[in-house]
Write a protein that binds this ligand. Structure first.
Ligand SMILES: NC(=O)c1ccc[n+]([C@@H]2O[C@H](COP(=O)([O-])OP(=O)(O)OC[C@H]3O[C@@H](n4cnc5c(N)ncnc54)[C@H](OP(=O)(O)O)[C@@H]3O)[C@@H](O)[C@H]2O)c1
Length: 150
């Protein structure tokens, strides 16, 4: 299987890369900003893992991922939009940059990636959006983060 996993440098994304690369013949492209963590995965999983250092808070970062995925994976069977973050702040305490960045990474980039990669996905492929329980409950400490997934 050929898979693209965002947020591959830690947590859920990194564990998913490990799982996918434990199966023979899988190829996994992993996206994150942390170069050291990406290099470590490449060293551990060799040709199974293709690192892409990109910032998904920017449209140029999304475009870079799309270009690399099409060139190096070709057909994609699994897209996991996992990259995301929350800030423990009241809404009005967020800076402009934090608001734009969180909206891009958590909400807009996953949709852009899906839209731009859908032509590289054959029928029956899977797109996963990792979201949050904040969809169902009010997260007082994480107000923007919870709202973004509604
Ligand atoms: N852990 C939980 O309890 C929980 C609960 C509900 C939902 N979630 C969601 O599940 C997903 C994974 O969570 P996690 O706990 O595994 O988080 P994590 O360990 O903090 O990992 C987040 C990943 O997102 C990447 N990321 C963040 N900002 C990015 C950016 N601007 N560009 C590219 N990549 C970026 C990080 O990579 P770099 O920093 O290297 O860029 C990292 O690989 C997130 O979407 C999170 O919101 C988690």
């Amino acid at each position: 299987m050929k898979a693209l996993v965002t947020g591959a440098s830690s947590g859920i994304g990194r564990e998913l890369v490990k799982l996918l690369c434990s199966e023979k013949d899988n190829r996994v492209m992993g996206v994150a900003r942390n170069e050291k963590a990406l290099i470590e995965l490449r060293e551990n999983f060799k040709e199974c893992f293709i690192p892409v250092q990109a910032d998904l808070s920017t449209k140029s970062g999304v475009d870079l991922v799309v270009k690399e995925a099409v060139e190096k994976l070709g057909e994609i069977e699994l897209l996991v939009n996992n990259a995301g973050f929350g800030l423990y702040k009241r809404i009005l305490d967020h800076t402009d940059e934090e608001l734009v960045s969180m909206t891009m990474v958590n909400f807009i980039s996953p949709i852009l990636l899906t839209k731009k990669l859908v032509d590289a996905m054959k029928p029956g492929s899977t797109v996963v959006y990792v979201i949050t329980a904040g969809v169902y409950v009010i997260l007082d400490d994480l107000p923007i983060y919870g709202l973004l997934y509604f």
